[in-house]
Each structure stands twice: as C-alpha cells, then as structure tokens.
Design a protein around this ligand. Structure first.
Ligand code: AP5
Length: 266
C-alpha cells in the first residue's frame, strides 16, 4: 500500500513551498492500491509539472509525459521564437514588444537566473553550467517553458496569448519536442549579428550587469554553444520553407531592429 511518506521519499525533485500544496492534494487523489511505485512517481511528476515547478532532469520523467497545451485546456497561443547569439538583442526587443505590442515574454535564461538566485537545488545545479556558458538539459529547458506558458495562461484566463520565447529553443531537439508536445510556433525571429559585435556588447554590458556569464571566457563558450547547436534549428526551419523563419540584421540600431520585428509580428 502506498502512503504519502513513501511517495515523498521516492520523489527525485526538490520540494519547494509552491510544490507542497500541490503535492498534498495530489497524494490524496492517488489510489491507495493497484498502482505501482513507478506509476505513482510519474503521476506526481506530471502534477508538479502542471503547476509549473522546476524539476530535475530525471530518467523517470519521460518525454511522453509532457502534455500538450490543448490537453491542459489552454487556448492555442500565438507563439514566437526569438533566437540569436548572446548579445544579439533578444531581451531588448522582447521588452519593447511587451510594452508596445502586448506580448508576454518568457526567457529561459531569466527563469534560470531566478532559480540560481533562490538557492534551490536546481539552481545550484545549473549555476556552474550557466557560468561556464554551457546549456542546461533539453528536458529542464522544456519543463521551464511549459511551466511558464501554463502560468501565463492561468494568469490570463480566456485570453488568446501572444508569447515570446526568448532564447528557446537552443537545440533542434528542444524545437522538435516543443512543437510535437506543447504547441505550434507561429514565427521564428532570428537576430543575426557578427561574433565580434556580440562579444563587444556582452563585455560592455558586463561592466554593470553583474551577470556571472558576462565575461570573455563565458561569452566565448556561449557563442560556441550557440554556433554548434542552433545552425541545425535554422536549417530545419529553412528546409520546411513554410514562411515562419525570418532573419533580421541585429547589428543595426536598436530602434531599427525593433521596428523590423514589430512589422513582422503585428
Ligand atoms: P540567456 O539569458 O538567454 O543569454 P543569451 O542567449 O546569452 O543572451 P543575452 O541575454 O546575453 O543577450 P540578448 O540576446 O538577450 O541581448 P540583450 O537584449 O540582453 O541565457 C543564459 C544561459 O541560460 C545560457 O548560456 C544557458 O546556459 C541557459 N539557457 C537559456 N536558455 C536555454 C535553453 N533553451 N536551453 C538550455 N540552456 C539555456 O542585449 C545585450 C546588450 O546589447 C545590452 O547591453 C543591450 O543594451 C545591447 N544591445 C541590444 N541590442 C542592441 C543594438 N541593436 N545595438 C546596440 N546595442 C544593443
């Protein structure tokens, strides 16, 4: 027979305050018998995901557990991938699109930095990855994005959401997992810029940003990760040739870059 204590011990995830309430209700809903330990664990994992908590990368959480936006009773949002190298201006463009075009802005980088600042287990685990300029696991990135879309939808009931995913996907796998399991992407905005300009911007920002990855060593690694992983994403959407991929010259003045993206998305 399963009991709450046993289920909690089996959980590979950190229990955050937000999670406690969800778990309490989830444990009550679980059948007392006829359910294997692994089924119990997977059900709990799904319930935690639904409530948008960060989870550790775990073999126990299968990709098939990621539910579609539709199945979670959220009307299909208008989703835009905003992609580009470090310092290409993703965050800058997104900030203006929020205030001037009514978009919601979801940045995996910002959400990860928040997690690091909270001192949680997940935060401690990803801190060194981010500092070194590497990528967190696809599963964690997908989980964060999915949780954020859910949270945004629940804060705006009945609205057709317009969502900017800033810096997601970073791998072709993330793109495919997202489109297969969560939602279709309406447009992909690709901010192109030379490596030299990107490095100059990041080093300049590093003088005041306080970001642990705004230094020459980290940005070099971030650029390498970007160049190695994202070309496959660009090739994928270019091959589909369905009009969703748009390249924008991000070396132009900030206002000009914004204006071009705005025209594209309005
Ligand atoms: P993230 O926070 O997304 O960092 P990034 O991609 O390196 O991008 P930045 O935030 O540094 O730059 P930006 O393009 O937003 O430019 P901004 O507008 O700030 O990710 C951080 C880390 O998290 C990753 O390295 C990875 O470890 C992890 N991560 C995130 N997503 C992940 C995922 N999906 N999967 C796995 N891991 C993930 O502008 C930069 C500067 O340039 C500013 O000072 C700005 O004022 C200036 N600027 C902007 N535009 C212009 C312009 N047109 N002209 C002149 N200056 C400009």
């Amino acid at each position: 027979m399963l009991c709450s204590t046993k289920c909690k011990k089996m959980l590979p995830y950190e229990i955050t305050p937000r999670t406690v309430q969800v778990l309490a209700s989830a444990l009550q809903q679980l059948p007392k018998e006829g359910m294997s330990d692994s089924e119990c664990l997977k059900n709990l994992a799904s319930l935690i995901r639904i409530h948008g908590d960060l989870v550790k990368d775990s073999d126990d959480v299968q990709q098939s557990e990621i539910q579609t936006v539709e199945s979670l009773h959220v009307s299909q949002p208008f989703i835009v991938f905003i992609l580009g190298g470090p310092g290409s201006g993703k965050g800058t463009v997104c900030t203006r699109l929020v205030s001037e075009a009514g978009f919601s802005h979801l940045s995996v980088g910002d959400l990860l930095r928040r997690e690091v600042a909270s001192g949680s287990t997940v935060g401690n685990e990803v801190e060194s990855i981010m500092k070194s300029g590497g990528l967190v696991s696809d599963e964690l990135a997908i989980s964060i994005v999915r949780g954020s879309i859910e949270s945004t939808a629940s804060r705006n009931p009945g609205c057709t959401l317009k969502i900017l995913l800033d810096g997601f996907p970073r791998t072709l796998e993330q793109a495919i997992m997202f489109e297969s399991n969560i939602a279709q992407v309406a447009k992909i905005v690709w901010l192109t810029c030379s490596n030299q300009i990107l490095v100059d911007r990041i080093l300049k920002r590093g003088l005041t940003s306080g970001r642990q990855d705004d230094n020459l060593e980290s940005v070099t690694a971030r650029l390498k990760a970007f160049n190695e992983n994202t070309e496959r994403i660009r090739e994928h959407y270019a091959t589909l040739n369905d009009g969703r991929l748009h390249l924008i010259d991000a070396s132009l003045e900030s206002d000009e870059v914004f204006s071009q993206v705005y025209q594209l998305l309005r």
